[in-house]
Design a protein around this ligand. Structure first.
Ligand code: COA
Length: 441
């Protein structure tokens, strides 16, 4: 096997492999649970020899030493979606943020808008033909490897071999590092929530479940609520998944025969996704599982592809919604918090789908009921993730507001109706003052 000899000749120590990175280069890092920690750590160890290296990625799980103050001048992070481990650095100005839809990131690479020098990736061992799987995430990583001049792979027997458009041939590697280490896990967020929060999620989950008809296809965005919704789907029949990501909750629904994918109008019988965030249970579930196809983000998140799924239900969360229906999910005032991710991709795809329903779900308050997330206005400096022209359903623990095609007066009434009761009067007074409402409701 010719590829095997070539592969063996490319095996290096991690130190040797990352010595290929040069000052001034842009380095892409495989995100999510696939973050190749050994390569990233060794790159960081070289910081004194390196200057002005840009580290670019969407959300990663694990350490991100390169954003710490002592690495300034050596590394600078450019977040295409801000994860927890880089948020402080972005907010303190030690890292950058590029607002971009997940569906568009591969095009940034292919159109030369964000040329990549190096891609640090994490893959399964080669099969008998020399192909490695991108495993727990193919998202923007396969496109990144199509343009990066240097590809350094961490090859790990613990990386699940996922199927679909998610393979890379070892011939494409510049260097590889074999490492038998656990894949980074991200346990579900509901483990440390208070009983009060659990009650809020339960009510939101039940309202959303009522909007989901049997034979619907779901997208589940990032955050506590999309995760929690899965718990309320146990009575449903023949659900499908077409989603940029999913987590552990899906495993049980597949095993119980609730998610069958059989009635999907696109890719029937298959879960279509681009990455997972979860635990080893989930990684074992996706391993060599013909029920699941992983595809890059420019396919999975393309609104026109999404729309080919009838009864497409997009479930995403938000930080604030104003009284006209503008949704902010990426910032708290001027502080960047996360990013667009796939929210608008799926809102638009679900809107165009026959029988589709785009849903934004959020708890009615934040910070122990001191802040209403149904707001008179978005906080100064906040960005609009989903515009008031795109928004359809908004769900809180107080109910469902269907805003699509509704005039401002109807929106205001519907949104006040799902706000926390303690804030309704304040919201109404504002609406009257702004002439959004002619008279008190
Ligand atoms: N004002 C001030 N603080 C607020 C707030 C507001 N209006 N709304 C939320 N917060 C605080 C919360 O109190 C919480 O703080 P804590 O961590 O100190 O408890 C924090 O912000 C996060 O809020 P929470 O609702 O718990 O976030 P989440 O983990 O459920 O995620 C989003 C919600 C919106 C951040 C998440 O869905 C996201 O990043 N979306 C991006 C776009 C998207 O949906 N893409 C699709 C998937 S990629």
């Amino acid at each position: 096997m010719r590829w095997l000899e070539k592969y063996k000749s490319k095996i290096k120590t991690a130190e040797e492999a990352v010595s290929l990175i040069k000052s001034g280069q842009r380095v892409y890092v495989h995100p999510g649970c696939a973050m190749p920690e050994i390569l990233v750590d060794k790159m960081c160890e070289r910081y004194k020899e390196l200057e002005n290296v840009e580290v670019v990625h969407i959300l990663t799980v694990g350490n991100s030493r390169y954003v710490e103050p002592e690495y300034e001048g050596h590394f600078r992070h450019n977040a295409l979606f801000i994860g927890k481990n880089v948020r402080k650095a972005v907010q303190e100005g030690r890292a950058d943020f590029t607002p971009i839809f997940l569906s568009e990131i591969p095009r940034l690479f292919h159109r030369g808008k964000l040329p990549l020098d190096v891609a640090l990736i994490h893959v399964s061992p080669p099969d008998e033909h020399g192909f490695c799987s991108f495993g727990v995430g193919v998202e923007c990583t396969k496109p990144a490897t199509e343009v990066a001049k240097t590809i350094i792979a961490q090859v790990n027997p613990n990386m699940p071999r996922t199927l679909g458009d998610c393979f890379i041939h070892v011939d494409k590697f510049t260097a590889c590092v074999e490492a038998d280490v656990p894949i980074k896990e991200l346990p579900q967020v509901d483990l440390d929530i208070s009983p009060q929060e659990a009650d809020v999620y339960k009510k939101i989950g039940e309202y959303i479940a009522n909007l989901i008809e049997d034979e619907s296809t779901l997208q589940l965005g990032i955050g506590a609520i999309p995760d929690a919704v899965l718990t309320f789907l146990h009575g449903k029949k023949n659900l499908g998944l077409h989603t940029e990501m999913f987590s552990d909750g899906v495993v049980q629904l597949v095993e119980e025969g609730i998610i069958t994918n059989e009635k999907k109008t696109l890719h029937p019988g298959k879960i279509i996704s681009s990455f997972v965030l979860g635990t080893r249970t989930l990684f074992d579930f996706i391993d060599d599982n013909p029920r699941i196809e992983f595809h890059p983000s420019h396919y999975v998140n393309d609104p026109f592809v999404i729309a080919k799924n009838n009864k497409m239900i997009a479930i995403n969360s938000a930080l604030q919604v104003d009284l006209t229906g503008q949704v902010c999910a990426d910032s708290i005032g001027t502080k960047f918090f996360s990013g667009y991710g796939g929210q608008l991709d799926f809102i638009r795809g679900a809107s165009r789908s026959e029988g589709g329903k785009p849903i934004i779900a959020l708890s009615s308050t934040a910070k122990n009921d001191t802040i209403s997330r149904i707001a008179t206005q978005l906080a100064a400096g906040a960005g609009v993730t989903t515009s008031r022209g795109d928004v359809h359903y908004v769900v809180t623990e107080y109910g469902v507001a269907d805003l699509y095609g509704r005039c401002v007066q109807e929106r205001v009434k519907a949104l006040i109706g799902i706000a926390h009761p303690d804030f309704r009067e304040e919201l109404e007074e504002y609406a009257l003052k702004q002439k959004f409402l002619p008279v008190k409701v």
